[in-house]
Design a protein around this ligand. Structure first.
Ligand SMILES: [Zn+2]
Length: 186
C-alpha cells in the first residue's frame, strides 16, 4: 500500500526537573509542595524501619513527611537502597516521588507544569509521504497525545484531526509510549 510510512521519527518526553506536588498545606492555604534538593528521613525502631521523603510547602516552607516505608523489617530493604536513603540519593528521590503507590498512600498528585520537555529530531516532514512517529517516555509525564502532537509538529488542532492517525485515543491523557502517523497531504 502506498500509505506505508517510509520514515520513522523517535520523539521523547523527558522531565527537566522534579515535578511539584499538589498537596494541601496544614498551615496555610497553599496546595503546592516541593521536594527541594530531596531529603529522606530514616528512623529505626528496633528492627523496624520508617522511611519518609521530606517535602516543603512552597508558600510557608512547612515541612511534611511522606511515608515511603512504614514499619518494615530492616532486612526487607535492600542494603544499597537503604544507603541511598541515608545519602539522599537523587535517583531514589525521583523514583519514590514518581511512584504512583506512594502518591496514592500519601494523597498527593504531581504537578508537571513546566517540569518536562519534548525532544524531537530535526527532520523535515516530506509532504508526499506518511511519516510515523514513535513517542517514548523517559518519565511518566501525563500528556494528551493530541496536544503533544500539535506542539511537536507545530500543527493546529484542525490539522491534527485531519492528518494524524494515532494508535491510542488522542484526547485521553497518558504517560506511556504511543505511535502516530502523519498522513501525506492529498
Ligand atoms: Zn504552607
Amino acid at each position: 500500500m502506498s500509505s506505508q510510512p517510509h520514515t520513522v521519527l523517535p520523539w521523547v518526553v523527558r522531565r527537566t526537573r522534579l515535578p511539584l506536588l499538589s498537596l494541601r498545606c496544614v498551615d496555610c492555604p497553599s496546595e503546592s509542595a516541593t521536594t527541594g534538593a530531596g531529603r529522606f528521613r530514616v528512623n529505626a525502631n528496633g528492627k523496624l524501619l520508617h522511611v519518609w521523603l521530606l517535602v516543603r510547602c512552597v508558600s510557608c516552607d512547612r515541612t511534611s513527611k511522606l511515608a515511603v516505608h512504614e514499619r518494615v523489617p530492616v532486612r526487607a530493604i535492600d542494603p544499597a537502597t537503604l544507603d541511598g536513603y541515608h545519602d539522599n540519593d537523587q535517583e531514589l528521590v525521583a523514583s519514590r516521588l514518581l511512584d504512583p503507590l506512594i502518591a496514592r498512600r500519601n494523597r498527593f498528585s504531581l504537578d508537571w507544569t513546566g517540569a518536562w520537555e519534548l525532544h524531537t529530531p530535526q527532520a523535515r516532514l516530506d509532504e508526499r509521504w506518511p511519516v510515523r512517529v514513535e513517542v517514548g517516555f523517559d518519565d511518566p509525564v501525563p500528556v494528551r497525545p493530541e496536544r503533544l502532537i500539535a506542539q511537536g509538529l507545530g500543527f493546529s488542532r484542525n490539522e491534527v484531526l485531519r492528518r494524524i492517525k494515532c494508535d491510542v485515543p488522542p484526547r485521553r491523557t497518558r504517560s506511556a509510549g504511543f505511535t502516530f502517523t502523519v498522513m501525506a497531504v492529498d
